[in-house]
Write a new protein. Structure first.
Length: 134
């Protein structure tokens, strides 16, 4: 198991819950409905990718996992970067009301997509199980 990725995953999961609640209760009436929706999108993506990141970290602990550990690690770190850039830029955009942060968000989206691509590569380029069962 990649302990660093697992720790980051649980921190992201906690942050997702806390930031989602803050958006629903602390920002309501303080920002526009459109900005609140942007905030919730950031919290939503952070939560889903925290879960995905935890799975990636745990998959690395399976000794017989027919996965490429190299690609699995790349996927995990791409998810970390993607969460920071995608969700982070949305949170900063809402808090600062600075639209320029919206230019960072697609970079995070690309990193998240890259993480999914690397996860696919971990499966495709992983070793074949010895039992012959796919």
């Amino acid at each position: 198991m990649n302990r660093s990725l697992a720790l980051i995953a649980v921190v992201f999961g906690l942050a997702s819950v806390l930031l989602g609640a803050f958006g629903a209760h602390g920002l309501e009436g303080r920002v526009s409905a459109e900005r609140l929706e942007v905030w919730q999108t950031g919290a939503h993506y952070l939560g889903w990718h925290a879960t995905t990141l935890l799975v990636v970290a745990l998959l690395g602990a399976l000794p017989a996992a027919p996965l490429s550990m190299r690609w699995l690690g790349i996927a995990g770190w791409a998810f970390v970067v993607g969460c920071l850039l995608f969700s982070g830029s949305l949170f900063v955009l809402v808090l600062t009301n600075t639209a320029a942060w919206g230019a960072v968000t697609p970079l995070g989206g690309l990193a998240l997509a890259g993480g999914w691509g690397a996860l696919a590569a971990a499966v495709v380029f992983g070793r074949r199980p010895s039992s012959g069962m796919d």
